[in-house]
Design a binder for this molecule. Structure first.
Ligand code: SAM
Length: 302
């Protein structure tokens, strides 16, 4: 519904039904667009409009969003540097029966954004916490990436401390699920190089400027993406990186025999059930495993 009568596009936004209006003493976690303002939900607008106060990561930034949708609710700041002390005053207001919405600069609050401490304290002190879902860069990138979506891990920003950064990369090496990372544009090339060094030249996707005019997905192996981006000069815009999980490497017969030996030494199951379990796990013939077990326990000289 777009009303262009005064020359500017004005949305006529339906009111929230009474049953869904903000309730006193409740903390709402409100997702906001990650670029395209039209991605805000009707419910988010209704909640932001109806609460007593909005706790925003950056009041100026959220103020612009509110102005766009003609929302006049008062704002207070709640960012990384004041979250603990701000949580005290917000919890006090919640206990007195006010309704509070938490909004970050973009996307879902508390996902690589402030909010976790406030949500935890509210939940532990019995204050109802109600999510108002909407955009998040991680899910937006994943669903269009073309990488496996059946299971994935969200890693957010890797540490900037060299040692921890390296450890995190090492931890990623054997991860079988698709991995989702956030990174700033000027660190992207370094991150891609580190990923190649530690994980190998995996299939990956760089999702840039999601939901915005210059949205793009760069797909290919990490080295291809790195070469592609290096040819462009300074990388700009917001970046989400997705890396495919490690492939399943079939165990060698040697490893399987070692595992059988350990299973026999533990003595916790019969030769028959051990051969069944090993055959299922390693997708090899149960008969073959059974013969090996008999050979190991000296019941056959095959
Ligand atoms: N809470 C947000 C969410 O739910 O996605 C994430 C906040 S985090 C501080 C910001 C990072 O998210 C950016 O540095 C970038 O890695 C990623 N991001 C946010 N908007 C994006 C966009 N439009 N396109 C690609 N990545 C984006």
């Amino acid at each position: 519904m777009i009303n262009e009568s005064n020359g500017s596009s004005m949305l006529s936004i339906p009111e929230l039904p009474e049953s869904q209006s903000p309730r006193g003493g409740t903390l709402y976690i409100v997702a906001t667009p990650i670029g395209n303002l039209m991605d805000i939900t009707l419910r988010a607008i209704g909640i932001l409009r109806g609460v007593d106060v909005i706790a925003a990561e950056d009041t100026r930034h959220t103020g612009q969003l509110l102005a766009h949708f003609q929302i006049k609710t008062p704002l207070v700041s709640c960012h990384d540097f004041n979250e603990s002390s701000r949580a005290d005053s917000l919890l006090e207001r919640l206990r007195k029966g006010e309704s509070v919405a938490l909004a970050s600069d973009a996307g879902t609050p508390s996902i690589s954004d402030p909010g976790y401490k406030l949500v935890r304290r509210a939940a532990l002190s019995g204050v109802p916490v109600v999510p108002v879902p909407g955009p998040s860069a991680a899910m937006t990138a994943l669903c269009a990436s073309g990488l496996a979506t059946d299971s994935f891990v969200f890693l957010g920003f890797l540490s900037r401390k060299k040692r921890r950064h390296r450890e995190q990369l090492e931890e990623m090496k054997n991860e079988r699920k698709t991995m989702i990372l956030y990174e700033s544009p000027h660190r992207l090339a370094d991150l891609l190089e580190h990923l190649i060094e530690v994980l190998g030249d995996r299939e990956a996707v760089v999702a840039r400027e999601l939901t915005k005019f210059h949205e793009e997905f760069i797909r290919g192996n990490l080295s291809f993406i790195l070469t592609e981006l290096s040819g462009r000069g300074p990388i700009k815009g917001e970046i989400t990186v997705l890396v495919s999980g490690a492939e399943e490497v079939p165990a060698s017969m040697e490893d399987i025999l070692e595992e059988i030996k350990a299973g026999l030494a533990a003595g916790s199951c019969s030769a028959s059930s051990l051969s069944k379990e090993m055959a299922r796990k390693h997708k090899v013939s149960r008969q073959l495993i059974y013969q090996e077990i008999l050979r190991m326990v000296g019941k056959t000289d095959g």
